[in-house]
Design a protein around this ligand. Structure first.
Ligand SMILES: Cc1ncc(COP(=O)(O)O)c(C=O)c1O
Length: 496
């Protein structure tokens, strides 16, 4: 059998896939995230390199059974985990279309229309940021590439010679800043850009998990006094572990005072630009020089889709423009070839899934989703406050709630961590629900994120019940006050 399947085979395989996907989507509101402990496959049964092919329908059936029946389902409405959404169905269709047409987004010659759609999507999002000055941007494989790209823009803006001469030609020692809670892709970016990870100063957060601007300013002054050259601050809009948003306005003021590039890592939280009601949470984002935003997180596209946007559009070409001897140029085109705007050459059309979702559901579709998720998470946080057995670790700023088992003040963080882990283990053991533990501000927490647009009150209620049940099974702590508190808390949970 050659690769060129006949008309009927293509059709039959396609319908088989669509039917399975449709069944899968129909199951997602109730689907357990995974199989119960003990039934989870240890791994994929290893297969030797196939010398000859097999029947495609049988191979697909086997794959569905494995991935769907035995897999881990972040798209489930019962998944309250990391920033992995239920992909919009428009994303799924867009991905199929892109896979088939396979536009090579490197250059306009091969993908003029696709490039225009990409630029249009950048324009829609940049306008929602609130930029009235010129801006530009490009799609990336995700937030890590976007953060790396932004760092190179910041560096080239401050030290234009590095693009050709490298850091070795500098007689400055550049340093930049983010919080202890910023994503580790910023460390990677520092290393990859040649600055070295030590050039990244991690600033502690306040009790509301926001960058401590007082410490930031003192650190900048200290660095300047020590002969370093601060050039950039990375604010996070929606941290990975807690969903907290830094005070972007205060950070923008500092950047202005010291002449620093402001990058906002809004891989998760920059989605709030699409909500009129909640965009105040990220106020100040319009003062950013660059922004990372991941449609494959809160905007519910399938992976992968990241974006880097910049209000200093000239820097994109400054860093990425090269010449190439093998690709013709579109004569007279106003638009720039994509390979001059980013790291990738061969490049997938990652924008279509966002563009198509926006075309079909509109900005208001996202606004409604964001409002609903904020309300669900707010209600969950209220339940935590009232439960008596759990306590909030910080008030939620996004639909991400961090809380912990409430033990008496004498309990150590190790004891709290052990209690958190016992609760999460019990809640996730039967496979129905998923949430996780984390460390935020150096302290143990349980982390719950409303990320699926399918999650509703029923799913959150199931989670509350499972958490309360698990808390009931925690052993009493042994100290008299703990026993009392624990009994009181259990009684209040039972009454709830
Ligand atoms: C705040 C933040 N920045 C960057 C990233 C990296 O994004 P990606 O996973 O798309 O590379 C993440 C991922 O979780 C994130 O939460």
């Amino acid at each position: 059998m050659g690769f060129d399947l006949d008309f009927e085979t293509r059709r039959a395989l396609g319908y088989k896939l669509v039917d399975r996907l449709n069944d899968y989507y129909a199951s997602l509101r109730d689907r357990p995230v995974q199989l119960p402990v003990g039934q989870r496959p240890a791994g994929h049964p290893s297969i030797e390199l196939p010398e000859t092919g097999e029947d495609p329908a049988a191979v697909l059936d086997g794959l569905f059974d494995e991935l769907i029946d035995k897999g881990f389902h972040t798209p489930s409405a019962n998944y309250f985990g990391l920033q992995n959404p239920t992909p919009t169905y428009m994303s799924v269709l867009a991905e199929a279309l892109v896979a088939a047409i396979n536009p090579q987004l490197a250059s306009l010659v091969h993908a003029r229309l696709a490039s225009q759609i990409e630029q249009e999507t950048v324009r829609w999002i940049g306008a929602r940021v609130g930029w009235t000055r010129p801006f530009d941007g490009t799609f990336t494989s995700g937030g890590s590439e976007a953060n790396f790209t932004a760092l190179t823009l910041a560096l080239a803006s401050r030290f234009p010679a590095v693009v050709e001469d490298g850091l070795g030609g500098l007689d400055a020692h550049p340093v930049f800043y983010c919080t202890d809670e910023a994503h580790h892709s910023v460390d990677k970016a520092a290393g990859l850009a040649g600055l070295g990870r030590k050039a990244l100063r991690r600033i502690p957060v306040t009790s509301s998990i926001q960058l401590d601007v007082g410490i930031l300013e003192r650190q900048i002054q200290q660095d300047e006094a020590d002969g370093f050259t601060p050039f950039c601050v990375v604010a996070t809009a929606g941290t990975t572990a807690s969903g907290a948003v830094d005070d972007i306005v205060a950070i923008a003021d500092i950047c202005e005072r010291y002449g620093l590039w402001l990058h906002v890592d809004g891989a998760y939280g920059a989605a709030l630009v699409l909500s009129d009601r909640h965009r105040h949470i990220i106020r100040g984002i319009e003062r950013a020089d660059s922004i990372t935003m991941d449609p494959h997180k809160w905007l519910a596209t399938s992976m992968a889709a990241g974006m880097v946007l910049t209000s200093r559009p000239e820097t994109l070409r400054q860093v990425f423009a090269t010449s190439n001897p093998f690709m013709p140029k579109v004569q007279g085109a106003a638009a720039v070839d994509n390979f001059d705007l980013g790291l990738q050459w061969s490049r997938r059309m990652n924008s279509l899934k966002l563009w198509l979702t926006l075309r079909v559901h509109g900005r208001r579709g996202y606004e409604e989703m964001i409002d609903r998720q904020m309300a669900l998470a707010g209600n969950f946080a209220d339940w935590v406050r009232a439960s008596g057995i759990f306590e909030l670790a910080a008030p939620p700023m996004t639909p991400s709630v961090i809380f912990r088992v409430k033990l008496p003040p004498s309990a150590s963080d190790d004891e709290i961590r052990a209690a958190n882990e016992a609760v999460v283990r019990e809640v996730t053991d039967d496979g129905r629900l998923w949430l996780s533990t984390a460390t935020v501000g150096g302290r143990p927490v349980i982390r719950m994120l409303v990320i699926s647009y399918l999650s509703g009150e029923r799913n959150v209620d199931d989670l509350k019940t499972a958490l309360a049940d698990a808390a009931r099974h925690l052993p009493d702590h042994g100290e008299p006050d703990v026993v009392t508190l624990s009994r009181r808390a259990k009684a209040s949970v039972t009454a709830a």
